[in-house]
Design a protein around this ligand. Structure first.
Ligand code: PLP
Length: 569
């Protein structure tokens, strides 16, 4: 990734090097676009980063807007008992981003808050550049509380969050205009955090239909608590005259300003992030037309180096056109296995070096890494350690690599980490388990490429999409998971991976007992025997993951759908 220091031309107030004038502005509270810029907490931010990368590869004229989040999300340490310790994650902002002289402002209560922007650019495979602006309120002259607003990603109380969203939404629209972007006529809100941008557009256009024509909204969670809402008692004074009274009934629920409802009200196109999530969202918000575009990942970012070399040799052009990955069917099985073992050795070496755990290259290795929170059921796999030991004795050795942060206020998520550490100690002699601390893009990439099986156990229907299994598929690693989110579309039993629990056609919620039984039973009777005793067929499965799933579940396909179905309709 290259960064050109003079890409921003102050004189002309425009970004030079763009192939065309940006038409679309993409707003996201978090963007994970670079391993060195820790302004993301998980899937939402990684998706935003991958989206921008694919736009750059495909010459889609878009600009990104996000918050600076100077202190990142947090750096995760874990003590020997599995207690998560959260440390601030400062990054050297000016090493990676360029401060622009332009400023704008927003009003919160009766204070005028000055905002500036840091510039980042991502260059696509063909040299096309996408600018990303990181908004920053830490400016002299602003009050102390206001200066802190762009420091903590998902930190602080509700008022802090609302103030952040005023900066992102209202401040973001104003910043783009101040920077001289006059050709933008599509505003894509990646989750409800940026919904207040619609109020700024309404303030300027004074016409609900005109605002709708410009707005696209992607909702990301089927869990009610995941939708931001703010008590009107403080939301109205904070927003002042930016809040038009006539929308009150449409955008509030139980006296709270609901950001999802606000975004729904002002958008002409709304989508969920997988087929099933579209259905669930239509039930949650009756009366709105909600479609779906299934998520993807940016192929060149998530393919490990050994597989990059293999793809370059057999399928040149896959970076800008990942549909080509279908041709993986014609790659020799040996070459697939060798690339996998190279990625696996790198992961095992990394884990052994850090945790001195003596994992083996040849042992069947299961990976589980994601936000640690109750619905993802991090401890399902180790919930019956005796049974797991039996399986290892009967079917062959098992190693498990875990990673993932729990939100600082998610007590249950933190408890899961402790639980894993507890089990880790009791069965360490029989089954090697490692918990890699501070899960981030770098570790995500190593893990999804280096394990033999990717495990995903969300309690359905709570997983909107999930993307880590798509990263695994790009590296020939099959997923074993509950049929929820993208996996309903991606799972072909025994060909791209395996399902846990109820079938696709059964519209049942997950039952922990049934799922645990199925998880252990399939590992014991199908998956591990295939790995150890039928290697040829195992590699066939690996190959299908790439050919069938990586060729489809990528952000290039995804952004093409956004362009056709959402942006230009
Ligand atoms: C891909 C990724 C995620 C999202 O994974 P899910 O399967 O959607 O939970 C979260 N965090 C990091 C660091 C990732 O790389």
């Amino acid at each position: 990734m290259e960064r050109e220091s003079n890409a921003y031309n102050v004189e002309s107030k425009s970004i030079v090097g763009l192939g065309g004038k940006p038409k679309i502005a993409y707003f996201s509270m978090e963007i994970g676009i670079d391993e060195n810029i820790p302004t993301y907490s998980g899937g939402l931010g990684i998706l935003a980063g991958d989206t921008i990368k694919s736009c750059a590869d495909l010459n889609v004229p878009i600009v990104g807007v996000t918050l600076l989040s100077e202190n990142g999300y947090f750096y995760q340490k874990i003590d020997e008992n599995g207690n998560q310790i959260e440390l601030p994650m400062q990054f050297a902002v000016s090493n990676f981003l360029k401060l622009l002289p332009t400023t704008t402002s927003v009003k919160i209560e009766d204070r005028e808050i000055k905002i500036r922007a840091w510039y980042y650019q991502y260059k696509g495979v063909g040299g096309y550049i996408i600018p990303v602006f990181f908004l920053d309120s830490n400016i002299e002259g602003n009050a102390d509380w206001d200066r802190n607003l762009t420091k903590h990603l998902y930190g602080g109380d509700n008022k802090y969050r609302l103030a952040q969203e005023i900066i992102l939404g209202i401040g973001g629209v104003r910043m783009l205009q101040t920077l001289g972007y006059t050709t933008i006529d599509r505003y894509h809100m990646n989750e409800g955090h940026a919904a207040l941008g619609t109020l700024e557009l309404y303030d300027q256009l004074n016409d609900v239909e005109k605002v709708r024509q410009q707005c696209v909204f992607t909702t990301h969670t089927p869990i009610a608590a995941g939708h931001d809402q703010f008590d009107l008692s403080y939301a109205k004074p904070m927003l002042g005259n930016m809040f038009p009274d006539f929308i009150l009934d449409d955008v509030t629920f139980e006296n709270k300003l609901n950001m999802t409802k606000l975004a729904l009200f002002f958008s002409h196109y709304v989508n969920g992030v997988a087929k099933k999530h579209g259905e669930v969202s239509r039930m949650m918000f009756p009366g709105y037309s909600i479609e779906s575009i299934t998520n993807g990942v940016h192929s060149p970012t998530w393919v490990s180096e050994p597989f990059q070399r293999l793809f370059d040799k057999h399928m040149p052009g896959w970076r800008s056109d990942p549909y080509i990955l279908r041709a993986t069917f014609s790659i020799e099985k040996n070459a697939i296995w060798n690339a996998h073992m190279e990625a696996k050795r790198e992961l095992i070496n990394f884990v052994n070096k850090r945790y001195n755990i003596g994992m083996n290259y040849d042992d069947f290795t299961i990976g589980f890494a994601r936000r640690q929170t109750a619905y993802k059921r991090p401890e399902l796999l180790i919930s019956d350690p005796e049974r797991l030991k039996q399986i290892a004795e009967k079917a062959g050795p098992i190693q498990i690599i875990y990673a993932g942060k729990a939100h600082p206020k998610d007590g249950t998520g933190k408890e899961s980490i402790r639980k894993i550490f507890e089990v880790m100690k009791t069965i360490q002699g029989k089954i090697k388990i490692a918990y890699v601390h501070n899960y981030d893009m770098m570790i995500g990439k190593k893990m999804t490429a280096g394990v033999d099986l990717w495990l995903n156990t969300p309690r359905r229907p709570k997983e909107a999409s999930g993307t880590s299994g798509m990263k695994a598929a790009h590296n020939g690693v099959p997923q074993f998971g509950t049929l929820d989110g993208w996996w309903i579309e991606g799972c072909i039993e025994n060909i791209t991976g395996w399902a846990i629990g109820p079938e696709k056609t059964e519209d049942r919620e997950s039952d922990d007992e049934i799922d645990r039984y199925d998880l252990y039973d399939k590992l014991e009777s199908w998956i591990i025997p295939k790995y150890y005793n039928d290697r040829d067929n195992w590699i066939r499965t690996m190959r299908s993951c790439i050919a069938i799933n990586a060729s489809f579940f990528n952000t290039n396909r995804m952004i093409q759908q956004y362009v056709l179905n959402a942006y230009f309709r």
